[in-house]
Design a protein around this ligand. Sequence first.
Ligand SMILES: Cc1cc2nc3c(=O)[nH]c(=O)nc-3n(C[C@H](O)[C@H](O)[C@H](O)COP(=O)(O)OP(=O)(O)OC[C@H]3O[C@@H](n4cnc5c(N)ncnc54)[C@H](O)[C@@H]3O)c2cc1C
Length: 299
Amino acid sequence: MHCLIAGAGLIGASLAWRLGQRGHSVTLADAGTFCGEASHAGAGMLSPEGERFPDAIWAERAQQSLALYPGFIDELKRESGLAIDYDVCGAQEDGRHFPNEAIVDPRDLARALRQALARYRVEVVEHQRLSALTYSPEGVQSGRFRADAAVVAAGAWSSQLQVNGAALPESIPVKGYLLGYHGAPKLGPIRRDGHTYILQRTNGYTIAGSTEETMGFSRDIDPARVADLHRRAAGLWPPLANLAPADVWTGLRPSTATGRIYTERWGAAPVWLAYGHYRNGILLAPWTAEYLADQIQRQ
Ligand SMILES: Cc1cc2nc3c(=O)[nH]c(=O)nc-3n(C[C@H](O)[C@H](O)[C@H](O)COP(=O)(O)OP(=O)(O)OC[C@H]3O[C@@H](n4cnc5c(N)ncnc54)[C@H](O)[C@@H]3O)c2cc1C
């Protein structure tokens, strides 16, 4: 089977990897660069306890995905030969402790996935925006690409694609800021208080988040937002008060108008939806990739 995936974020790339491992060929087309959007911006908390999910099924899937993580990381490290910063450091919130929660560096995941994909019949095509998918009994077509099945994994941009002229469920970008600090003391577990959180990579680089704004596709940086986030972060963990953020960045979380996460077939079309992972796409990537690889294979 040949599969065309629109969007090479962590969701599309993880799925391409799983399909490649099962012997399928994949074209992984991205409007920008490989894992260059939300999957580059994300903090990488793997925190099913600290997050709200659309329903109990997704809360359960988040736990399942967390449980898949150690195997996912080991396999990716083995296939890529690259290191991945992954730390089961636990989390603390409101005096409660969640010992199984973890942190992964999504940029390490992206590098390792890119390397691992080269082992399989997966063609990565960057700077290739797909807009229309059309299907017939012969398969799916988008511009010069033809496939037996297609997947829409274009994050916040997913509903910009149409399938046989029909609109897909609306995807919505939700902007978030993160701050990065050098020189902080050791943090230990992730600290959270409502929308404020602090985590630390194993090399000591410390990240504070975040904000939520629905304002289209703008990635602009507002100094007032940065100052407010720094103040909240220093309130949660006072050692940050003496440091200035070395890095400031924003990203666009893929939310949806319904609040649903879509991992399903689009009606009777040979087209699958894989978007809406919102604040938890890094956490949910291993589960989503395995689930959709199974479903698409059974098509
Ligand atoms: C500030 C911030 C903090 C976060 N922290 C966490 C966290 O701690 N833990 C966690 O689990 N998640 C976190 N997330 C969420 C997580 O980053 C996302 O849910 C996840 O990266 C979504 O992956 P994706 O592949 O669906 O989308 P993306 O990574 O956005 O990938 C979509 C890709 O589709 C491409 N594309 C767009 N349009 C088209 C088109 N027409 N044709 C082809 N390609 C197209 C884009 O160029 C992009 O590369 C955070 C997000 C942000 C912004």
